[in-house]
Ligand binder design. Structure first.
Ligand code: ASP
Length: 442
């Protein structure tokens, strides 16, 4: 149990609120700690791998309505999900009126965002009733500006004013209101952002994000068997790992709480005793037992390698090369350079259509001795604050890769010393991750 004056915001993901049994676990979690004051609910997620998410079914209704087709079949399935939860929880409560209103709205061409948002709206209403807490609608306290960007000033002000009137409350995730009052949703998975916004607005001490894994793992469990979970990770490390595709949280959920230095605790609804992962501004210790915090990678990288004698003394060389990419609206991922060479690493998908013209334009721009394109590369990032103070980390990584007969095509150590990135050929992807993980975790 937390100390008396803490305020915790708790967000529960779709799998945590997928059926009545999960609702009971959620209620137990909330009620077991009086500091868990404000709960943010997602829409019901999948109950098993073949199940459908309510948000997906709502979006299907939207598409059917756009095509002027009957939504009844799909909508009835959605209604049945909610009514099943209400019945199984034994609640004396009905969503019939809401469901009827939503069905009519969809048939009358309500907006996509309004329709998508109803999943959290209805689920939060059930959770509020089950807990005996007030339901606070996100449309009354989360606001976007004309451009659809979050209006944090207005949101903070209204959210804190509204919540100060309630000791406990439930809010739906995923959406807020535009200046004209219409509903706007965040991108998919956006209930994480709502939790973060609530935590920041009320100056919470902790944002607990409850999901179905016991925190963030040191490596992708689809590629590495039973990877260890990460007890503590800094926002910066998290950013490096999520850039490489390791995610437990919507990327945009970090920013509101990060600014306010509010830690996020990733927890598992199905294993509430597990401490999960703490995401913090400053770690309690820079000594990490495994030295590295995690390893992650991304495939589909192409390297454009430009060589020219005396390149390093040619003012504006780099700019001219990058300008070619800029003109094609392509951002680069990495930029390792030598004395007379520079490589620009870009997403293969991004340059697929314009590879030919890009090389031709680079030749025109800087008249290089050669330009070579290397495709089918992947980037592997080894991330960890523990690497800064430990000697020989790079040597261990490179020896592990050499022992596994992996050819390294590029090495880049971030200036923060928080990461070492290597590029290898795609067919070595899995082998590289394994070699690095097992070098640091036995
Ligand atoms: N229900 C929404 C989705 O499926 C938002 C969320 O779960 O965070 O994307």
């Amino acid at each position: 149990m937390g100390c008396k004056h803490m305020v915790k915001v708790v967000k529960f993901g779709g799998s945590s609120l997928a059926d009545a049994n999960q609702f009971r676990k959620v209620a137990d979690i909330i009620k077991s700690d009086p500091d868990r004051r404000y709960a943010v609910a997602s829409a019901p997620g999948k109950r098993d791998s073949r199940d459908e998410k309510v948000t997906d079914m709502l979006l299907q209704c939207f598409r059917l309505a756009c095509d002027k087709r009957d939504i009844s079949g799909t909508f009835d399935k959605i209604a049945a999900r909610y009514n099943g939860i209400i019945k199984d929880l034994g609640l004396d409560f009905s969503l019939d009126e809401d469901l009827e209103g939503i069905k009519v709205a969809i048939s009358h061409h309500a907006s996509r965002d309004y329709i998508a948002s109803r999943g959290e709206y209805l689920n939060a209403k059930i959770l509020a009733n089950f807990l005996g807490y007030p339901f606070i609608d996100a449309e009354d306290c989360i606001f976007f500006d004309e451009n659809g960007t979050l209006d944090s000033k207005k949101t903070d002000k209204k959210m804190s004013a509204v919540l100060s009137l309630h000791e406990y409350a439930v809010l739906p995730g995923f959406y807020g209101a535009m200046p004209n009052g219409t509903i706007r949703t965040f991108s998919r998975g956006g209930s994480d952002i709502t939790g973060s916004i609530v935590a920041k607005a009320i100056g919470a001490d902790l944002y607990e994000n409850w999901t179905d894994v016991s925190g963030m793992l040191m490596a992708d469990p689809r590629l590495i068997k039973d990877p260890l979970s990460i007890p503590e990770i800094t926002y910066k490390e998290l950013r490096e790992l999520s850039y490489m595709g390791a995610t437990v949280l919507h990327e945009d959920a970090i920013f509101p709480v990060r600014k306010a230095k509010i830690p996020i605790n990733i927890r598992n609804t199905n294993d509430p005793a597990a401490p999960g992962t703490m995401i913090v501004d400053k770690a309690s210790s820079n000594v990490v037992e495994t030295v590295i915090t995690g390893v992650a990678g991304k495939k589909g990288i192409t390297s454009i390698h430009v060589e020219k004698d005396m390149m390093n003394s040619e003012v504006g060389f780099g700019r001219k090369v990058l300008e070619v990419l800029e003109n094609h609206n392509i951002s680069f991922e990495h930029l390792p350079s030598g004395i007379d060479t520079m490589s620009v690493l870009v997403s293969s998908a991004a340059i697929e259509e314009c590879k030919g013209s890009i090389t031709a334009e680079m030749v025109k721009a800087v008249d290089p001795d050669s330009i070579t394109i290397m495709e089918n590369l992947c980037l592997i990032a080894v991330v960890g604050r523990g690497m800064v103070s430990t000697e020989g980390v790079a040597a261990r990584i490179f020896t592990a890769l050499a022992n596994a007969h992996i050819n390294i095509r590029m090495i880049d150590q971030g200036s923060s010393e928080l990461n070492i990135i290597v590029a290898v050929e795609e067919h070595d992807y899995q082998k590289t991750l394994e070699a690095i993980y097992h070098e640091f975790v036995k």
